[in-house]
Design a protein around this ligand. Structure first.
Ligand code: AMP
Ligand code: MG
Length: 455
């Protein structure tokens, strides 16, 4: 189908496929008869220069489902490798997604568009529930100021898919990212042994050299993971194929926000060892970056020992960068003029001991109501004296401590009702307390809550 019904000329750039043909497999979305637009991110569409009115037409829905391909656009599935739960898989790739191309300098990607050469055992499809979940959580992350892929739209395909629980309605999520390069993209290139490909990939990522890339990604990921920790976000599947080079959060499968503060919190049903538990995320970030460094070694120096020495030195920068970013995040949460890591850590020990609602605590603190949340008042009072002595600017705190996050019980309730709009409204204005939304600020009970990958 051509895009002649479009009022605009849509030019999606195939820069990725041109620069890196070895990583791009031409692919097509599975045709769907009558896709229905379930949700559209109008501000994001406008940012990309897309015609909002046209996206709301049947042709627009066909475009968002991957069935109406603008002339000159070359959708591809991207190849990548990755360590999944610590084990290396040399060939993963987009098993249920397509890169349509880049538009206004950003990648437009369709998730759930049907099988590709990388589908392995999977069907290539996605269900409405998980795609709406990704839409809500990723837009909440963006509103919290945390780098993330964005969600442009979800279209229902009208095509049912089979999951363990039975038949589910199918959907395609249109998502936007700076790019879709992952640590696993570099692992794939390195595993081919093609030095020229690795060099082109580094250049495509906008880096001046392999060392430049490694240094930049270490900084971005240290900052990103610190921000996750500060809001209580658990990614859930930090495999190296789910860690971006851009420093954007990607792949909202089993992710979830923690209510009760506990570093051991795990929601993902397949993470039985707790590898990707909340408290492990900083160290897993470092492990993944070491895998990136390994992949880059041939491009760092011809002499392997020298390459390892140089890579190791920059990797040593990760921990201090993380601690600094986290300290800064906690400084702001506590309204302090300067970071105070012991004060922040001692607070977290208190919250952990009583499994206090993490998000709710900081709002209560700025309102002088935090004491009520703890049973051990003496311990709280002792900490509070230190906090007050540090001279907090209480008025600054609400701008960084959200009232509304996509809490698990709220997400489940919204998906069950089929109407995510009220929750989306709350979590995309997370710092703006509204009386009518009181319900959305209440913690739920996360005990036993389970999330799923590749759903
Ligand atoms: P994830 O860790 O969920 O990002 O997925 C790991 C790999 O599995 C990626 O290569 C995905 O493209 C692939 N995958 C996930 N779900 C499906 C599916 N339903 N059909 C085909 N491939 C899938
Ligand atoms: Mg993935």
């Amino acid at each position: 189908m051509s895009i002649t019904s479009s009022p605009m000329s849509l030019a999606l750039d195939d820069r990725f496929a041109r620069d890196l043909p070895e990583l791009a497999v031409a692919s097509q979305a599975t045709p769907v008869d009558d896709p229905q637009l379930l949700i559209l991110n109008e501000p994001l569409a406008a940012e990309l220069g897309l015609d909002v009115d046209w996206l709301r037409t049947p042709a627009g829905a066909q475009f968002l489902a991957g069935n109406l391909v603008p002339d000159g656009t070359r959708p591809v599935a991207q190849a990548y490798a990755g360590h999944q739960f610590g084990g290396f898989n040399p060939r993963l790739g987009d098993g249920r997604a397509l890169l349509l191309g880049s538009i206004n300098g950003r990648d437009l990607h369709l998730k759930g568009s049907g099988p590709t050469t990388f589908s392995r055992g999977g069907d290539g499809f996605a269900a409405v529930g998980p795609m709406l979940r990704e839409y809500v959580v990723s837009e909440a992350m963006h509103a919290l100021g945390i780098p993330t892929t964005r969600s442009l739209a979800v279209v229902a395909t009208g095509r049912p898919l089979r999951r363990e629980t039975g038949l589910l309605p199918g959907a395609v999520l249109a998502r936007v990212a700076t790019n879709h390069l992952r640590v696993g993209s570099f692992q794939y290139a390195a595993a081919t042994g093609n030095r020229d490909l690795l060099t082109r990939l580094i250049a495509h990522a906008g880096a001046a050299s392999a060392m430049d890339l490694l240094t930049t990604v270490i900084d971005r990921q240290a900052s990103l993971i610190a921000q996750w920790m500060c809001v209580g976000f658990i990614h859930g599947v930090m495999n190296t194929d789910n860690m971006t080079i851009s420093g954007e959060t990607i792949d909202y499968g089993p992710c979830a926000f923690m209510d009760a503060y506990d570093p051991a919190t795990v929601f993902s049903s397949i993470d039985t060892q707790g590898r990707y538990a909340y408290g492990n995320q900083p160290v897993i970030g470092e492990w993944n970056l070491a895998r990136l460094a390994e992949a880059l070694l041939p491009a760092i120096h011809d002499d392997e020992d020298q390459a390892v020495a140089a890579a190791t030195e920059v990797l040593h920068g990760y921990r201090p960068a993380y601690v600094e970013a986290w300290g800064e995040g906690m400084r702001a949460k506590l309204g302090l003029a300067a970071p105070d890591v012991p004060l922040a850590n001692d607070l977290l020990a208190l919250l952990h001991a009583e499994r206090v609602d993490y998000t709710g605590f900081f709002r209560a603190l700025s309102r002088g109501r935090a004491r009520d949340l703890l049973v051990d008042r003496d311990a709280f009072d002792a900490w509070h004296v230190r906090w007050v002595a540090a001279g907090p600017d209480v008025a600054s705190m609400d701008a960084v401590n959200p009232v509304y996050i996509p809490r698990n019980h709220l997400v489940e309730e919204a998906l069950a009702s089929g109407d995510v709009a009220p929750l989306l409204d709350a979590v995309t204005h997370p710092f703006e307390e509204r009386e009518s939304l009181e319900r959305f600020a209440e913690p739920g009970t996360d005990e036993g809550y389970r999330t799923f990958c590749g759903t």
